[in-house]
Design a protein around this ligand. Structure first.
Ligand SMILES: Nc1ccn([C@H]2C[C@H](O)[C@@H](COP(=O)(O)O)O2)c(=O)n1
Length: 214
């Protein structure tokens, strides 16, 4: 019981190999990066972020929707509709996926996964397919029934690229704890490591103990 009451600072002295178990999952981290990137967008109605991750789970490209470089955020229109389509944003804005691909910091994107806050449109899916991206994880699908999205899904299906909605992991399972000492170090779930400090040195011994009685 007294170990339960130790502050985490004190606990690390008694259990030098103690590590945090309730860390951010990798998928949440990558979608989090995409959401953060989206906050850089100047689009007043829809901000989109994309994060491309390679097979080693390394981030290799991040982007958000914005006007092309050098074209000026204050010059081109941000509105959605107008008498003339030339006066709307749609002819100009670079999508998050395009920017994430163009910002890539690796030789190619073959086998990568893209985490994107909005389902890719048909133009973006063409880019993703041609870039060799193998998996799409999206957050919002608010244009699900638009013709562009229907065409997008068709192409992704034909190219054999799976797409999955990102599911927020709201209720995480409690991290496993040692039954006896209640520490969070999963590898000794039933094997408690007793640590004693003798002559300023930590002596660590493993003690088997039963799983009953917490
Ligand atoms: N997969 C997508 C889809 C759209 N975008 C960008 C393009 C526009 O800036 C904005 C959509 O604007 P709305 O029609 O909702 O006013 O989102 C993107 O980057 N990636």
């Amino acid at each position: 019981i007294w170990r339960d009451r130790l502050s985490s600072n004190a606990a690390i002295n008694y259990f030098p190999f103690l590590k945090r178990e309730d860390i951010l999952e990798s998928a949440q981290y990558f979608m989090g990066v995409a959401l953060l990137a989206a906050q850089r967008s100047r689009d007043p109605s829809t901000q989109v972020g994309a994060c491309i991750v390679n097979e080693e789970k390394k981030i290799v490209g991040v982007g958000y929707n914005g006007m092309p470089n050098g074209c000026g955020d204050d010059t081109l229109p941000w509105r959605r509709s107008g008498d003339n389509p030339v006066e709307t944003k749609y002819f100009y804005v670079c999508h998050a996926e395009l920017n994430a691909i163009m910002n890539k910091n690796s030789a190619d994107l073959k086998g990568c996964t893209i985490y994107v806050t909005l389902f890719p449109c048909n133009e973006c899916s063409k880019l993703l397919i041609q870039a060799g991206i193998k998996n799409v994880i999206y957050l919002s699908d608010k244009y699900h029934d638009d013709e562009k999205t229907v065409a997008s899904r068709w192409m992704l299906d034909l190219a054999g690229i799976p797409y999955h909605e990102f599911i927020q992991n709201e209720k995480r399972p409690a991290p496993s704890r040692c039954f006896r000492c209640r520490c969070f170090t999963s590898f000794h779930r039933n094997k408690c490591m007793e640590t004693t400090k003798i002559n300023n040195k930590y002596i660590i011994e493993r003690r088997e103990h039963s799983t009953y009685g917490r």
